[in-house]
Write a protein that binds this ligand. Sequence first.
Ligand SMILES: Cc1cc2nc3c(=O)[nH]c(=O)nc-3n(C[C@H](O)[C@H](O)[C@H](O)COP(=O)(O)OP(=O)(O)OC[C@H]3O[C@@H](n4cnc5c(N)ncnc54)[C@H](O)[C@@H]3O)c2cc1C
Length: 354
Amino acid sequence: MIHDIAIVGAGMAGASLAAAIGARASVVILEGEAAPGYHATGRSAAFWSETYGGPGIQPLTSASGPLLRDYLSPLGSLHVGRTEDAGKADAFQRAFADTAVPLSRVDPATYIPGLRDNWTVGVLEPSCAYIDVAALHAAELARAHATVVTDAALQGATRAGGVWTIETRAGPFRARILIDAAGAWADGVAARAGVRPLGLQPYRRTMAQLRTDPGAPAGLPHVADLSGRFYFKPEPGGRLWLSPHDETPTDPCDAAAEELDVAIAIDRFERVVDWRVAAVERRWAGLRTFAPDRLPVYGFDAHTPGFFWCAGQGGFGIQTAPAGALIAASLLLGTAPDPAVAAIDVARYAPDRF
Ligand SMILES: Cc1cc2nc3c(=O)[nH]c(=O)nc-3n(C[C@H](O)[C@H](O)[C@H](O)COP(=O)(O)OP(=O)(O)OC[C@H]3O[C@@H](n4cnc5c(N)ncnc54)[C@H](O)[C@@H]3O)c2cc1C
C-alpha cells in the first residue's frame, strides 16, 4: 500500500499535524518508541505563555490559545527581577508592546509570600495557563485519521518515482510525502533520507517536583526570572515544579536529570523565597530542540522533493501545536490557510531560510 503521507514521530508535532490533515490524505505515523509521547512531549512543564519563546513565537502561541481552550486552565505568570533588573522588565514589556498580550507592572511581593528582599520588580502576564498535555496529545491522536505504528524507528528512506520507501524496525512503508516530526532526531532522520540537515540542536532542560514548607500557596502564579535563571509553578497538593532554565547542548537521547542541575535549581529558588525545600519528589529532563534562529521549521525541504519539515519546536511545541499544525497542513496540502492562522507570516518558519 502507498500512503499519501508518512509522518516520522508521534509526539505533539506529529500528532497535531496528523489531526490537522484529518481525512484529506491517507496518513501513517511511524513512531520509534513503544508509546507516543515518550520524549519531549511527555516531559514538558505544561504551561501556555504568550511571551515564552519571544516575539517570533508569540503569533503561534496566541493563535493556538482559542484552539486549546478545552485543555487550558487559569494560572497566570509573574516575571520577577531584582531591583537592578528594572531595565530588563522594561525591555520585556517593550518586546510585546505591539501585541495584544496583557502585561502590567506589579509588586511581586503581593503575589509571592516569603519573597526575599530585593526581588522588587514584577511583570504580570495574567493570560498564562496550565495545559493538560496528556489529554491534548491523546485527543490529537484520536482526531487524526491515521494509522499509528509504534516500535517503528525509521532506519533509512529512499525516493524513486515520486514514492518514498521507508525502512523501519517494523518493516518497510511506502508514502508519497515524508514528514519529519522527529523532535531531537529530526536532523538525523533527514540525513537518513538523504536530506541535508538544518542544524537543529537539542538542549537538555531539567525539572524537579518539590515539596516545600510552606507549600505553594493557593493562587500562586507561574513565577519566571526576568534573567532566565529559573521558573517554578504550582502543582496540585501544594507541590512545585521547578526548573533551573538550563540549556545544555546534547546529542539526541533519552535525557535524564543530572543531580547538579537539580541542586542549581534549588539554590536559585532559595535565593528567591524563604521557603524550605522539604523533598525533591521527582526529577526529570527532556530535550528542547531549536533551529539556529530558534523559530520552528514548517514546510517542504528546499532541495528534496516530497520531504516536509515539522521540527524545531524548542520549548514551546505544546503551546504552539494547534497553530503550527494548521500552518503546516496548509503548506503541505496546498490549501488556503485556516482563518485562525491566516494573519501569520509563514515565510519566517520556512526551511529555505537556512
Ligand atoms: C522540560 C521541558 C519543559 C517543557 N515545557 C514546555 C511548556 O511548558 N510548554 C510548551 O509548549 N512546550 C514545552 N516544552 C517543549 C515541548 O515539550 C516540545 O517542544 C514538544 O514536545 C516537541 O514535540 P515533538 O513532537 O517535536 O517532539 P517529541 O515529543 O520528542 O516527539 C518526537 C518523536 O519522534 C520519535 N522519533 C525520533 N526518531 C525517530 C525515528 N528515527 N523513527 C521514528 N520515530 C522517531 C521519538 O520517539 C518521539 O516520540 C518543554 C520541553 C521540555 C523538555
